[in-house]
Design a protein around this ligand. Sequence first.
Ligand code: NAD
Length: 485
Amino acid sequence: MALQSVIDDLAKRPGTGELIPVIDPATEEQITEFRDAGPEAVDEAVARAKAAYQSGVWTDIAARERAKVLWRLGDLIDEHAKEFTELESLDAGMPPAQAEMIVSTCAEFFRYYAGWCTKLNGASYQVQMEGGVNSTHANFHAYTHKEPYGVVGLIYPWNGPLFNACAKVAPALAAGCSSVVKPAEETPLSAVLLEKLIAQAGVPDGVTNFVIGYGATAGAAITAHPDVEKVAFTGSTEVGKQIMRDSADNLKKVTLELGGKSPVLIYSDADLDMAIMMASMGIFVHSGQGCVCGSRIFVQRSVYERVVAGIAMIGDNLVLGGPKDEGAMISPLVSQKQLDRVLGYIDQGKKDGVEIVSGGYRLDRKGYFVKPTVVTGVDPATSRLYREEIFGPVVTILPFDDDDEAVAMANDTSYGLAATAWTTNLARAHDLGKRLNAGMVGLNCQLTFDHNVPFGGYQQSGVGKEFGYEGIDAYLKTKSIWAAL
Ligand code: NAD
């Protein structure tokens, strides 16, 4: 499917709400526009999903058949990798090599979860009960049975559209759920192609239903809908809290993958060249629009100056640009809104008297580009730039003297998504693995990911996990069944 036909299909989607422009963030030009799907479209999508679920057309087929469909879908995504790469580049402004790398991981979500389809087993228990209500039966066989949630809502952000979609659609399908899926309004293009491939792979009508619209309209309607049993959401902590509140009325279950302000500890005994390079890419890649980006770096005092200079130098030399810019390594921010947000934090920092070591300004060209920005001299107690998630290419660097101080500073946050420690002292590394208060800790590595390893945050960075077995268990209910012997 050619790029233009995806764009045309998006523009033709039915909807009742206002027109939403799709903007190329690297040029600020409008690619197309489409109508906000709105609450009516959500009602229809939920009705379709519920009917499909109740008919058993997907849930009741043999697990090995579901697995084959998922595998086929993975292969189709691979076959269309070039188109997906173009779509993600255009929509999110990503340099093609970055988009290609992300797209290459997406098909695997379907193959990975295809494997789980045939392995969703409960457990069995032998129970002896003395006396009890039914005194004739002292022995019981009890077992658990795994059942899919009926209709689930899957809501995801713009920072890796296809990746986020696949991370949710694949386990939901493998578990046997029907779903209503909402991409971010800023980056809807890859969803249009994915929707087509889902049908082509053999997922029956009504099982996976995309609605494309605003969060406040389509998204909120999914969360409020009484027939949606569970919502799996990736996005900001603020909206995650709103979703939890909106889900309270019918006690919907939620999985929330939220924001972060992830610490990176660099010790003087670390492989410093590697640590400086990885810590730089760990914040500047995709202009800092990654949930696990390490936006607070702490450096042992004896190597502090060297690390600050090294990260600033790398930030200065990274080539920013969009898909059409020769040699571009770093994408723009996704929207004017995101640009205003990031520049607002930088301005606030300047008013607070922080030191901007490098960057700190918007590029003088079209597109939402902010120069990678290194900040020192923040007051950890009061600086908003230091404490709040910016989701941009802005990093604060502070010195520390010993382990206790480093851990205390790293853990002094309401978030808890990821943390990293760079040190060649093995005992210290594993000790930090336990002491850092985050759902994911990298020891001498950053930006690591595997479909089989649980992903998710502590504290206000989330509820529940994605990926691995926990990622599919999030779409399953556990029923206990008792049989009197
Ligand atoms: P966002 O919370 O504004 O939006 C995310 C999605 O929620 C979008 O589809 C949006 O339309 C929808 N939405 C907005 N308001 C809604 C509402 N009231 N009800 C239902 N849905 C609603 O987030 P964003 O700005 O698009 O993305 C950036 C955020 O996502 C950052 O905070 C980042 O850390 C987080 N994120 C987290 C992870 C993770 O795995 N932990 C991964 C990627 C991004």
